[in-house]
Write a protein that binds this ligand. Structure first.
Ligand code: SAH
Length: 266
C-alpha cells in the first residue's frame, strides 16, 4: 500500500481544497500520498513544525501531504461568523454546527467513507488519549481529516451527526486543536514508509514494544567526569542487547507502572 511515489505515481492529484492555487504553490503532492486534511481557523499555522527536518523533507518529496481547510469562509454573514454564545449561558463561544458541517462536507469530499481508511477526528481534551497504537492505525490509513476546535469547542450535534472520533493529546487544555493536530500528524507520518529513512528506529523506540526506551550515549567517551556504561563499548552485541532490554524494563517499572503492568498483561 504505502509506496514511495514512483514514476507511475507521479501524477498530481486533484485537490478538494477551496483554493487550488494554494496547493499549486505548495509542496509537491502525489496521488496516493498519505494526506492530512485539517479544518482550522488558522490555516497559516500549517505545516508549522511539520515543515522542518524529516517530516518536512518527506512533505517536500511528496511522501505525505497536508491540506489545511480554512473554516472562516464557511462562516455566516458579512463577517463570516463561525461561533456563537452557548445555549444555557456561560463563558466563551462555541463553533456553530451549520458552519462546521459545510467545512466537513467539503473536507470529506473524495475521501473513503470507511473510517479505518480515513479517520474523522476532533481534537478534544475529552477524547480518548492519543497513543502510539493510534498513530500506527492512522499510518495504515490513506489519510485523515482533523477538526481543530477553538474557544469553548464545537456544537455537540456536529460530533454526533458525523460520528466524529474525539482524541486528546493529554490531560491539559490547549487554546486550540492546531498544536494537538501537528503532534498527532508528526507521530503518524514518521511511521509511514521512507519518512525516517532508518526504519529500525521506529521498531526499537519507546512504546513500540509497550516499554520505554533505554538511555542513549554518544561521543565524547568522557564528559564532565562521566564515562559511559562499559557494556556499550565492549563490542559484545548480545550483552548490549541484554543491557538495553534490562534498562528499558527498569525505566518502565520505575516511571510508568501503568505501562509495565499493561505489558505484563499482554
Ligand atoms: N471547553 C473545552 C476546552 C476547549 S479548548 C473543555 O473544557 O473540554 C479549545 C480547543 O482546543 C478544543 O476545542 C480542542 O479542539 C483543542 N484542545 C484543547 N485541549 C486539547 C487536548 N488536550 N487535546 C486535543 N485538543 C485540545
Amino acid at each position: 500500500m504505502a509506496q514511495k511515489p514512483s514514476l507511475s505515481h507521479g501524477r498530481k492529484s486533484i485537490s478538494a481544497s477551496l483554493k487550488p492555487r494554494d496547493l499549486m504553490d505548495g509542496p509537491q503532492r502525489y496521488v496516493g500520498a498519505w494526506t492530512a486534511r485539517v479544518i482550522t481557523l488558522f490555516p497559516e499555522t500549517f505545516p508549522g513544525v511539520l515543515g522542518a527536518s524529516l517530516t518536512g523533507k518527506a512533505l517536500q518529496d511528496g511522501l505525505w501531504s497536508i491540506e489545511p481547510i480554512d473554516l472562516r469562509p464557511f462562516g455566516e454573514g458579512k463577517h463570516r461568523n463561525v461561533d456563537d454564545t452557548p445555549y444555557g449561558g456561560g463563558a466563551g463561544m462555541v463553533l456553530r454546527a451549520d458552519v462546521l458541517s459545510k467545512a466537513l462536507d467539503q473536507a470529506m469530499r473524495g475521501t473513503p467513507s470507511d473510517r479505518k481508511k480515513w479517520p474523522l477526528v476532533y481534537l478534544s481534551p475529552r477524547g480518548a488519549p492519543f497513543t502510539q497504537v493510534k498513530a500506527r492505525d492512522w499510518a495504515k490509513a490513506e489519510g485523515i481529516t482533523l477538526l481543530c476546535g477553538r474557544f469553548e469547542g464545537v456544537d455537540q450535534r456536529v460530533l454526533d451527526h458525523y460520528e466524529i472520533e474525539e482524541v486528546s493529546l493529554g490531560d491539559f487544555v490547549l487554546t486550540g486543536g492546531e498544536i494537538a493536530a501537528q503532534a498527532m500528524i508528526d507521530a503518524t507520518v514518521r511511521l509511514r514508509p521512507d519518512v525516517l529513512g532508518n526504519a529500525e528506529s521506529t521498531e526499537e523506540e519507546s512504546f513500540s514494544n509497550g516499554l520505554l526506551e533505554h538511555p542513549h550515549y554518544t561521543r565524547p567517551a568522557e564528559w564532565r567526569g562521566m564515562g559511559v556504561p562499559e557494556v556499550l563499548t565492549s563490542g559484545d552485541h548480545g550483552k548490549v542487547e541484554k543491557w538495553r532490554q534490562d534498562m528499558s524494563e527498569a525505566l518502565t517499572k520505575e516511571r510508568r507502572p501503568d505501562l509495565w503492568k499493561a505489558s505484563k498483561d499482554d
